[in-house]
Ligand binder design. Structure first.
Ligand code: SF4
Length: 486
């Protein structure tokens, strides 16, 4: 079957298929759709169409869909409704079968609900879907395909889960698909030099912070599966030789630094290639490993600190102490690796004081860039279960009318609205500190790629602030919140 892997257009310009969240970001970040593209690499006669990156209208997508027999769409909690609407239109314009994939539909009750709710979705490939979709495209009988949910004579059937792929080296590289099908120049993350590309060197995550992180909980599992260092090196070399315009490679799996010895092996292999790269890391990488990462071209690590409150860290089972986090950041500074820190606002136990302490912790560590996200209780996570049991889940719209994260819950001491406003204002307070401005401009004037990165980020953030500013100021409660008024 001719297969189209589609990242659909969205009225709010929502960015799909990033590793953890679906939302519109303040700095206009847009990632290449790695899961769709990587799966497409295993399916002959397929193509990836990123309607958002290619700026395609609804009618263009419908016209493209006519040429295919199977349309695979990654659907997320925040985008189910528009994806179902698009599916209805696709069905009216073509005879293609439609298969939904992604973490939201990997939760069995949601897969069941979607197949009951609309006759237009034919299949759901749950969890890691590379081979499930390949078998579907090869025409194998649906009842023989592991991991597939489907409709049969009016009944909804869910086949047994497909075991995770153990040998990731057997998967084709994703970057040739990026180069073949996607407008790589359009993708942009303000922390990275432009243009950039992404690679996963592993799948699954063995760390315990699945309290809020749904990927290992519902999608790619809690068993860490790693590509061999030689296989990772081979793809980096392919990028170096075939995507020469690439300025940075992001190892974008949950945690690139899970096994320091393996990281060091990858570093020693890619060092001679002289590439600039960055990765998602945990704040507990040994100093010696950081040194080797720097020598091999690592420019930046993206690290989830989440909170400066030990009780909250315990609840979410972060598994890293505040002292270790501070030491990690100091070590990064010693070797010369930049740190982008991410925090979550609104986890259970959060108060105005804990938020303020997280802010002070971030400034004390003098992080190079920052993200304060609204903690999002995705279905399938313990956070979601907790809020549901306590009757604190108020809404199922994870994004607001501006495409931004929405706190869909409320606590006795803090409303969702206050949590959202706190997240907005912490960014402003962090970014408009003289120390941060001085540091950022000094970095910008050190290198022309850094200059482009910094000024583009500034432009995007200013545009965002002008767009969202009116709404934030109109929110009630702002003047009563000590955190918000700084
Ligand atoms: S380390 Fe924690 S947050 Fe990161 S991918 Fe693993 S479970 Fe998710």
């Amino acid at each position: 079957m001719k297969t189209l892997f589609l990242n659909p257009p969205h009225p709010l310009d929502i960015r799909l298929d990033i590793q953890r969240y679906t939302l519109r970001t303040r700095a206009g970040s847009l990632f290449p759709p790695i899961w769709l593209s990587w799966a497409a690499a295993s399916v002959p006669d397929s193509r990836v169409l990123d309607a958002m990156a290619s700026n395609l209208a609804w009618k263009d997508v419908l016209s493209a869909a006519k040429d295919y027999d199977l349309i695979v769409m990654q659907v997320d909690s925040a985008t189910v409704a528009p994806c179902i609407k698009l599916t209805e239109d696709i069905k009216r314009h073509s005879g293609a079968n439609v298969c939904f994939v992604g973490p939201h539909v990997s939760v069995l009750p949601f897969a069941d609900e979607i197949l009951k709710r609309t006759p237009y979705v034919d299949y759901i490939a749950r969890r890691e879907y590379d081979y499930t979709v390949r078998e579907l495209a090869e025409g194998k009988a649906p009842d023989k395909i592991l991991g597939l949910s489907f409709r049969n004579n009016g009944d909804i059937l869910h086949n047994a889960d497909r075991p995770f792929i153990e040998n990731l080296d057997e998967l084709p590289f994703v970057n040739p698909i990026y180069k073949r099908d996607l407008p790589m120049n359009v993708y942009r993350i303000h922390e990275l030099r432009h243009p950039f590309t992404t690679i996963f060197s592993s799948r699954g995550c063995l760390f315990g912070c699945r309290y809020y992180c749904r990927w290992p909980a519902v999608f790619d599992g809690s068993r860490f599966r790693a590509r061999s260092p030689a296989n990772v090196h081979e793809e980096v070399r392919w990028v170096k030789e075939n995507m020469r315009e690439t300025k940075e490679i992001l190892f974008d799996e949950g945690t690139f630094t899970t096994i320091p010895k393996r990281v060091e092996e990858i570093c020693s292999l890619i060092k001679p290639l002289d590439v600039t790269w960055s990765c998602n890391a945990r704040a507990e990488v040994p100093f010696e490993t950081l040194k080797k990462m720097k020598e091999a071209g690592c420019r930046l690590v993206i690290v989830g600190f989440e909170s400066a409150n030990p009780e909250i860290l315990k609840t979410i089972r972060k598994g890293v102490t505040l002292d270790r986090m501070e030491k990690f950041v100091k070590d990064c500074k010693r070797v010369g690796i930049l740190v982008h820190g991410t925090f979550m606002i609104g986890l259970p136990g959060e108060t105005k004081e804990t938020i303020e302490n997280s802010f002070k912790f971030a400034t004390r560590m003098d992080l190079d860039s920052i993200q304060f996200s609204v903690a999002t209780p995705y279905p399938g996570t313990e956070f979601w279960n907790y809020l549901k049991e306590k009757g604190r889940l108020l809404d199922s719209n994870y994004i607001d009318e501006n495409g931004l994260q929405q706190a869909v819950y409320s606590y006795p001491n803090m409303t969702g609205e206050e949590i959202q406003i706190a997240s907005e204002n912490l960014h402003r307070r962090f970014l408009f500190r003289p120390r941060f401005i001085w540091k950022t401009f000094r970095l910008a004037f050190s290198n022309k790629d850094e200059m482009r990165r910094v000024f583009r980020g500034l432009y995007e953030y200013t545009s965002y602030t002008l767009r969202a500013g009116r709404k934030v100021h109109a929110m009630p409660g702002r003047s009563s919140n000590v955190v918000l008024d700084r």
